[in-house]
Design a binder for this molecule. Structure first.
Ligand code: GTP
Ligand code: MG
Length: 347
Protein backbone atom coordinates (compact mmCIF):
# COMPACT_ATOMS: atom_id res chain seq x y z
CA UNK A 1 0.00 0.00 0.00
CA UNK A 2 1.24 3.45 -0.79
CA UNK A 3 2.31 5.25 2.33
CA UNK A 4 1.60 8.84 3.05
CA UNK A 5 3.08 10.50 6.06
CA UNK A 6 0.97 13.11 7.68
CA UNK A 7 2.98 13.80 10.78
CA UNK A 8 6.66 13.51 11.54
CA UNK A 9 9.25 14.86 13.91
CA UNK A 10 12.90 14.47 14.85
CA UNK A 11 13.57 13.40 18.43
CA UNK A 12 16.62 13.12 20.63
CA UNK A 13 16.43 10.50 23.38
CA UNK A 14 18.77 9.57 26.20
CA UNK A 15 18.30 6.91 28.82
CA UNK A 16 19.63 7.36 32.35
CA UNK A 17 23.25 6.67 33.20
CA UNK A 18 23.92 3.87 35.66
CA UNK A 19 24.97 5.02 39.13
CA UNK A 20 28.65 4.66 40.03
CA UNK A 21 29.76 1.88 42.35
CA UNK A 22 30.51 3.05 45.86
CA UNK A 23 33.82 3.01 47.72
CA UNK A 24 32.96 2.53 51.36
CA UNK A 25 34.27 0.67 54.39
CA UNK A 26 32.27 -0.89 57.14
CA UNK A 27 32.33 1.09 60.36
CA UNK A 28 31.01 -0.68 63.40
CA UNK A 29 31.34 0.21 67.07
CA UNK A 30 33.82 -2.57 67.62
CA UNK A 31 35.20 -2.75 64.05
CA UNK A 32 36.46 0.74 63.25
CA UNK A 33 38.50 -0.61 60.35
CA UNK A 34 35.95 -2.97 58.77
CA UNK A 35 36.09 -4.43 55.29
CA UNK A 36 34.88 -2.84 52.05
CA UNK A 37 31.08 -2.65 51.80
CA UNK A 38 30.50 -0.14 48.97
CA UNK A 39 27.45 -1.28 46.94
CA UNK A 40 26.72 -1.14 43.24
CA UNK A 41 25.20 1.80 41.42
CA UNK A 42 21.53 1.58 40.37
CA UNK A 43 20.38 1.11 36.80
CA UNK A 44 19.65 4.18 34.72
CA UNK A 45 15.99 4.59 33.69
CA UNK A 46 14.81 3.53 30.22
CA UNK A 47 13.12 5.77 27.66
CA UNK A 48 9.96 3.87 26.77
CA UNK A 49 7.28 4.46 24.15
CA UNK A 50 3.78 3.16 24.68
CA UNK A 51 1.08 2.96 22.03
CA UNK A 52 -1.91 4.90 23.30
CA UNK A 53 -4.94 5.57 21.11
CA UNK A 54 -5.94 8.56 23.27
CA UNK A 55 -3.26 10.50 21.41
CA UNK A 56 -3.70 11.05 17.70
CA UNK A 57 -0.62 12.88 16.52
CA UNK A 58 3.01 13.53 17.29
CA UNK A 59 2.29 17.18 18.00
CA UNK A 60 3.08 16.87 21.72
CA UNK A 61 6.71 16.05 20.86
CA UNK A 62 7.01 19.38 19.12
CA UNK A 63 7.41 21.11 22.48
CA UNK A 64 9.34 18.25 24.03
CA UNK A 65 11.73 16.86 21.46
CA UNK A 66 14.22 15.61 24.07
CA UNK A 67 13.19 12.45 25.84
CA UNK A 68 15.30 11.90 28.95
CA UNK A 69 15.15 9.27 31.66
CA UNK A 70 16.60 9.57 35.16
CA UNK A 71 20.13 8.48 36.10
CA UNK A 72 20.67 5.68 38.60
CA UNK A 73 21.97 6.62 42.06
CA UNK A 74 25.45 5.84 43.35
CA UNK A 75 25.76 2.74 45.51
CA UNK A 76 25.80 3.12 49.27
CA UNK A 77 27.60 1.66 52.28
CA UNK A 78 26.59 -1.63 53.81
CA UNK A 79 26.48 -3.16 50.30
CA UNK A 80 23.43 -1.15 49.38
CA UNK A 81 22.67 -0.93 45.69
CA UNK A 82 21.85 2.59 44.54
CA UNK A 83 18.29 3.46 43.57
CA UNK A 84 17.39 2.80 39.93
CA UNK A 85 16.54 5.85 37.85
CA UNK A 86 12.86 6.22 36.93
CA UNK A 87 11.88 5.15 33.44
CA UNK A 88 10.43 7.91 31.28
CA UNK A 89 7.40 6.77 29.33
CA UNK A 90 5.96 8.68 26.38
CA UNK A 91 2.73 8.09 24.50
CA UNK A 92 2.66 7.62 20.74
CA UNK A 93 -0.42 7.08 18.58
CA UNK A 94 -1.01 3.73 16.87
CA UNK A 95 0.70 3.76 13.48
CA UNK A 96 3.90 5.43 14.65
CA UNK A 97 7.00 4.31 12.77
CA UNK A 98 10.35 4.89 14.48
CA UNK A 99 13.69 5.13 12.66
CA UNK A 100 17.14 5.65 14.13
CA UNK A 101 19.20 8.39 12.52
CA UNK A 102 22.95 8.01 12.38
CA UNK A 103 25.64 10.11 10.77
CA UNK A 104 27.82 8.11 8.41
CA UNK A 105 30.59 9.09 6.08
CA UNK A 106 29.98 8.33 2.43
CA UNK A 107 32.84 6.07 1.25
CA UNK A 108 33.02 7.70 -2.16
CA UNK A 109 32.42 11.37 -1.55
CA UNK A 110 33.62 11.55 2.04
CA UNK A 111 30.55 13.61 2.90
CA UNK A 112 28.65 13.06 6.11
CA UNK A 113 25.19 11.67 5.43
CA UNK A 114 22.29 10.80 7.68
CA UNK A 115 21.37 7.15 7.56
CA UNK A 116 17.88 6.16 8.63
CA UNK A 117 17.18 2.67 9.91
CA UNK A 118 13.75 1.35 10.89
CA UNK A 119 13.64 0.23 14.51
CA UNK A 120 9.93 -0.11 15.30
CA UNK A 121 6.51 -0.01 13.69
CA UNK A 122 4.12 0.56 16.58
CA UNK A 123 0.56 -0.38 15.81
CA UNK A 124 -0.87 -2.49 18.63
CA UNK A 125 -2.64 -0.52 21.34
CA UNK A 126 -0.85 -0.97 24.66
CA UNK A 127 2.39 -2.16 23.08
CA UNK A 128 5.55 -0.77 24.63
CA UNK A 129 8.95 -0.28 23.09
CA UNK A 130 12.23 0.52 24.82
CA UNK A 131 13.71 3.27 22.69
CA UNK A 132 16.85 3.72 24.81
CA UNK A 133 17.97 1.32 27.52
CA UNK A 134 19.31 2.69 30.77
CA UNK A 135 22.95 2.05 31.67
CA UNK A 136 24.01 -0.60 34.18
CA UNK A 137 25.24 0.59 37.53
CA UNK A 138 28.96 0.36 38.35
CA UNK A 139 30.41 -2.10 40.85
CA UNK A 140 31.10 -1.08 44.42
CA UNK A 141 34.39 -1.80 46.15
CA UNK A 142 32.89 -4.80 47.95
CA UNK A 143 33.58 -6.74 44.73
CA UNK A 144 37.26 -5.89 44.64
CA UNK A 145 38.36 -7.46 47.91
CA UNK A 146 41.06 -10.08 47.39
CA UNK A 147 43.33 -12.05 49.71
CA UNK A 148 46.08 -9.55 49.09
CA UNK A 149 43.96 -6.42 49.02
CA UNK A 150 41.64 -6.24 52.01
CA UNK A 151 40.90 -2.55 51.61
CA UNK A 152 40.31 -1.92 47.90
CA UNK A 153 39.55 1.62 46.84
CA UNK A 154 38.44 0.42 43.43
CA UNK A 155 35.01 0.76 41.92
CA UNK A 156 33.63 1.05 38.40
CA UNK A 157 31.61 3.96 37.05
CA UNK A 158 28.04 3.53 35.84
CA UNK A 159 27.54 2.87 32.14
CA UNK A 160 25.99 5.76 30.18
CA UNK A 161 22.43 5.18 28.99
CA UNK A 162 21.76 4.59 25.32
CA UNK A 163 21.33 7.80 23.38
CA UNK A 164 20.37 8.68 19.85
CA UNK A 165 18.50 10.70 17.28
CA UNK A 166 15.27 9.30 15.97
CA UNK A 167 12.65 10.08 13.41
CA UNK A 168 9.03 9.51 14.45
CA UNK A 169 6.44 9.31 11.71
CA UNK A 170 2.72 8.75 11.93
CA UNK A 171 1.69 6.59 9.03
CA UNK A 172 -1.62 7.33 7.43
CA UNK A 173 -4.29 4.68 7.07
CA UNK A 174 -5.35 5.89 3.63
CA UNK A 175 -4.88 8.78 1.27
CA UNK A 176 -8.56 9.73 1.22
CA UNK A 177 -10.97 9.50 4.13
CA UNK A 178 -14.77 9.51 3.91
CA UNK A 179 -16.21 11.88 6.47
CA UNK A 180 -19.92 12.21 7.05
CA UNK A 181 -22.95 11.82 9.25
CA UNK A 182 -24.20 8.29 9.85
CA UNK A 183 -26.27 6.94 6.93
CA UNK A 184 -24.81 9.37 4.38
CA UNK A 185 -23.72 6.43 2.25
CA UNK A 186 -19.97 6.29 2.94
CA UNK A 187 -19.78 2.51 3.10
CA UNK A 188 -21.94 2.14 0.00
CA UNK A 189 -19.55 4.42 -1.87
CA UNK A 190 -16.43 2.53 -0.77
CA UNK A 191 -18.01 -0.75 -1.80
CA UNK A 192 -18.70 0.65 -5.28
CA UNK A 193 -15.20 2.05 -5.82
CA UNK A 194 -13.15 -0.79 -4.39
CA UNK A 195 -13.31 -4.49 -3.65
CA UNK A 196 -13.91 -3.75 0.04
CA UNK A 197 -17.16 -5.15 1.41
CA UNK A 198 -18.19 -2.92 4.30
CA UNK A 199 -21.50 -3.54 6.04
CA UNK A 200 -24.25 -1.30 4.66
CA UNK A 201 -27.54 -0.72 6.44
CA UNK A 202 -30.23 1.84 6.86
CA UNK A 203 -29.39 2.68 10.43
CA UNK A 204 -26.79 5.01 11.97
CA UNK A 205 -23.38 3.77 13.11
CA UNK A 206 -23.42 0.70 10.92
CA UNK A 207 -19.68 1.20 10.54
CA UNK A 208 -17.77 1.13 13.82
CA UNK A 209 -14.25 0.43 12.59
CA UNK A 210 -12.56 2.14 9.69
CA UNK A 211 -12.14 0.00 6.62
CA UNK A 212 -9.64 0.73 3.91
CA UNK A 213 -10.30 -0.08 0.27
CA UNK A 214 -7.94 0.07 -2.67
CA UNK A 215 -9.19 1.86 -5.78
CA UNK A 216 -7.57 0.67 -9.01
CA UNK A 217 -7.39 3.49 -11.54
CA UNK A 218 -5.54 1.59 -14.22
CA UNK A 219 -2.99 -1.19 -14.48
CA UNK A 220 -0.29 0.93 -12.93
CA UNK A 221 -2.05 3.26 -10.52
CA UNK A 222 -4.14 2.89 -7.44
CA UNK A 223 -5.14 4.83 -4.35
CA UNK A 224 -6.51 4.07 -0.91
CA UNK A 225 -9.72 5.25 0.67
CA UNK A 226 -10.90 4.77 4.25
CA UNK A 227 -14.52 4.38 5.25
CA UNK A 228 -14.75 5.97 8.66
CA UNK A 229 -17.63 5.69 11.14
CA UNK A 230 -20.12 8.54 11.02
CA UNK A 231 -19.53 11.60 13.15
CA UNK A 232 -22.25 13.70 14.71
CA UNK A 233 -22.64 17.11 16.31
CA UNK A 234 -20.46 17.28 19.43
CA UNK A 235 -17.97 14.73 18.09
CA UNK A 236 -15.08 17.05 18.98
CA UNK A 237 -16.25 16.77 22.60
CA UNK A 238 -16.31 12.99 22.21
CA UNK A 239 -20.07 12.64 21.75
CA UNK A 240 -20.92 9.45 19.81
CA UNK A 241 -17.36 8.08 20.14
CA UNK A 242 -16.35 11.21 18.26
CA UNK A 243 -12.71 11.22 19.33
CA UNK A 244 -12.20 7.68 18.25
CA UNK A 245 -13.57 8.40 14.80
CA UNK A 246 -11.91 11.79 14.35
CA UNK A 247 -8.62 10.18 15.23
CA UNK A 248 -8.92 7.95 12.17
CA UNK A 249 -9.71 10.98 10.06
CA UNK A 250 -6.45 12.53 11.31
CA UNK A 251 -4.64 9.80 9.46
CA UNK A 252 -6.04 10.60 6.02
CA UNK A 253 -4.47 13.12 3.70
CA UNK A 254 -7.57 14.27 1.81
CA UNK A 255 -11.02 14.47 3.34
CA UNK A 256 -14.09 13.61 1.27
CA UNK A 257 -17.18 14.94 3.01
CA UNK A 258 -20.14 12.78 2.10
CA UNK A 259 -23.62 14.24 2.54
CA UNK A 260 -27.12 12.94 1.97
CA UNK A 261 -28.11 15.56 -0.61
CA UNK A 262 -31.77 14.53 -0.42
CA UNK A 263 -31.83 15.42 3.25
CA UNK A 264 -33.60 12.20 4.21
CA UNK A 265 -35.04 11.92 7.73
CA UNK A 266 -35.34 15.67 8.11
CA UNK A 267 -31.65 16.35 7.52
CA UNK A 268 -30.35 19.36 5.63
CA UNK A 269 -27.15 18.85 3.62
CA UNK A 270 -25.95 22.43 4.13
CA UNK A 271 -26.27 22.36 7.89
CA UNK A 272 -24.83 18.82 7.87
CA UNK A 273 -21.72 20.08 6.11
CA UNK A 274 -21.42 23.14 8.31
CA UNK A 275 -21.64 20.90 11.36
CA UNK A 276 -19.10 18.44 10.01
CA UNK A 277 -16.65 21.21 9.13
CA UNK A 278 -17.15 22.77 12.55
CA UNK A 279 -16.52 19.48 14.35
CA UNK A 280 -13.35 18.85 12.37
CA UNK A 281 -12.10 22.36 13.07
CA UNK A 282 -12.86 22.21 16.78
CA UNK A 283 -11.06 18.90 17.00
CA UNK A 284 -7.94 20.05 15.17
CA UNK A 285 -7.18 23.21 13.24
CA UNK A 286 -4.50 21.26 11.41
CA UNK A 287 -7.08 18.72 10.27
CA UNK A 288 -9.34 21.52 9.04
CA UNK A 289 -6.54 22.74 6.77
CA UNK A 290 -6.28 19.46 4.87
CA UNK A 291 -7.57 19.43 1.29
CA UNK A 292 -11.26 18.56 1.14
CA UNK A 293 -14.16 18.25 -1.24
CA UNK A 294 -17.87 17.47 -1.08
CA UNK A 295 -19.45 14.28 -2.32
CA UNK A 296 -23.14 15.05 -2.73
CA UNK A 297 -24.66 11.57 -2.49
CA UNK A 298 -28.18 10.23 -3.09
CA UNK A 299 -28.92 12.45 -6.10
CA UNK A 300 -31.30 9.71 -7.28
CA UNK A 301 -33.82 10.96 -4.71
CA UNK A 302 -36.10 13.77 -5.90
CA UNK A 303 -35.43 16.14 -2.99
CA UNK A 304 -31.77 16.32 -3.94
CA UNK A 305 -32.14 18.65 -6.97
CA UNK A 306 -33.01 21.80 -5.09
CA UNK A 307 -30.61 21.02 -2.25
CA UNK A 308 -27.75 20.53 -4.69
CA UNK A 309 -28.26 24.03 -6.09
CA UNK A 310 -28.21 25.49 -2.57
CA UNK A 311 -25.12 23.48 -1.71
CA UNK A 312 -23.32 24.84 -4.77
CA UNK A 313 -24.29 28.38 -3.84
CA UNK A 314 -23.15 27.96 -0.26
CA UNK A 315 -19.80 26.27 -1.03
CA UNK A 316 -18.80 28.09 -4.21
CA UNK A 317 -15.07 27.52 -4.00
CA UNK A 318 -15.21 23.87 -3.00
CA UNK A 319 -15.28 21.02 -5.49
CA UNK A 320 -18.69 19.34 -5.35
CA UNK A 321 -19.20 15.93 -6.90
CA UNK A 322 -22.88 14.93 -7.20
CA UNK A 323 -23.31 11.14 -7.19
CA UNK A 324 -25.66 8.33 -6.47
CA UNK A 325 -23.61 5.58 -4.87
CA UNK A 326 -26.61 3.26 -5.20
CA UNK A 327 -27.28 3.85 -8.89
CA UNK A 328 -23.79 4.73 -10.13
CA UNK A 329 -24.59 8.27 -11.29
CA UNK A 330 -21.56 10.59 -11.34
CA UNK A 331 -19.13 7.80 -10.49
CA UNK A 332 -16.97 8.34 -13.58
CA UNK A 333 -16.34 11.99 -12.72
CA UNK A 334 -15.65 11.03 -9.12
CA UNK A 335 -13.13 8.39 -10.20
CA UNK A 336 -11.40 10.90 -12.48
CA UNK A 337 -11.24 13.43 -9.68
CA UNK A 338 -9.84 10.87 -7.25
CA UNK A 339 -7.32 9.73 -9.82
CA UNK A 340 -5.97 13.28 -10.07
CA UNK A 341 -5.71 13.51 -6.27
CA UNK A 342 -4.76 10.15 -4.84
CA UNK A 343 -3.45 7.88 -7.62
CA UNK A 344 -0.02 6.43 -6.87
CA UNK A 345 2.11 4.16 -9.02
CA UNK A 346 1.87 0.55 -7.92
CA UNK A 347 5.18 -0.20 -6.27
N1 GTP B 1 -31.29 6.45 -2.29
C1 GTP B 1 -30.03 6.22 -2.01
N2 GTP B 1 -29.70 5.59 -0.88
C2 GTP B 1 -28.40 5.38 -0.62
C3 GTP B 1 -27.37 5.81 -1.50
N3 GTP B 1 -26.19 5.48 -0.95
C4 GTP B 1 -26.45 4.84 0.20
N4 GTP B 1 -27.78 4.75 0.41
C5 GTP B 1 -28.48 4.12 1.52
O1 GTP B 1 -28.23 4.81 2.73
C6 GTP B 1 -28.20 3.89 3.83
C7 GTP B 1 -26.89 4.06 4.59
O2 GTP B 1 -25.81 3.64 3.77
P1 GTP B 1 -24.38 3.31 4.36
O3 GTP B 1 -23.47 3.16 3.19
O4 GTP B 1 -24.46 2.19 5.33
O5 GTP B 1 -24.10 4.67 5.13
P2 GTP B 1 -22.83 5.07 6.03
O6 GTP B 1 -22.55 6.50 5.74
O7 GTP B 1 -21.73 4.11 5.82
O8 GTP B 1 -23.44 4.94 7.49
P3 GTP B 1 -22.71 4.67 8.91
O9 GTP B 1 -21.80 3.49 8.73
O10 GTP B 1 -23.80 4.38 9.83
O11 GTP B 1 -21.97 5.92 9.25
C8 GTP B 1 -28.37 2.50 3.22
O12 GTP B 1 -29.71 2.13 3.36
C9 GTP B 1 -27.99 2.71 1.78
O13 GTP B 1 -28.61 1.78 0.92
C10 GTP B 1 -27.77 6.50 -2.71
O14 GTP B 1 -26.95 6.92 -3.54
N5 GTP B 1 -29.10 6.68 -2.90
MG1 MG C 1 -20.89 2.84 7.11
Amino acid sequence: MARVFVDQIKIHARAGKGGDGSVHFHRGKFRPRGGPDGGDGGWGGDVILTVDPSTDSLRHFFFNGRLLAQDGATGGGNECTGRSGDDATFKVPPGTVISRLTQVENDETGEIETKSELVADLTETGATFVLCKGGKGGKGNVHFKTSTNQAPRENTPGVPGEEGDFHFELRSIAEAGLVGFPNAGKSTLLSKLSAAKPKIANYPFTTLQPMVGVIHFDEFHRGTMADIPGIIEGAHANIGLGHEFLRHIMRCRILLFVVDTAGSEGRDPISDLETLRKEVKLYSTELAKRPWCIIANKVDLAESDENLVHLQERFKRIKILPISANEGTGMDSLRKYLESKIARPIA
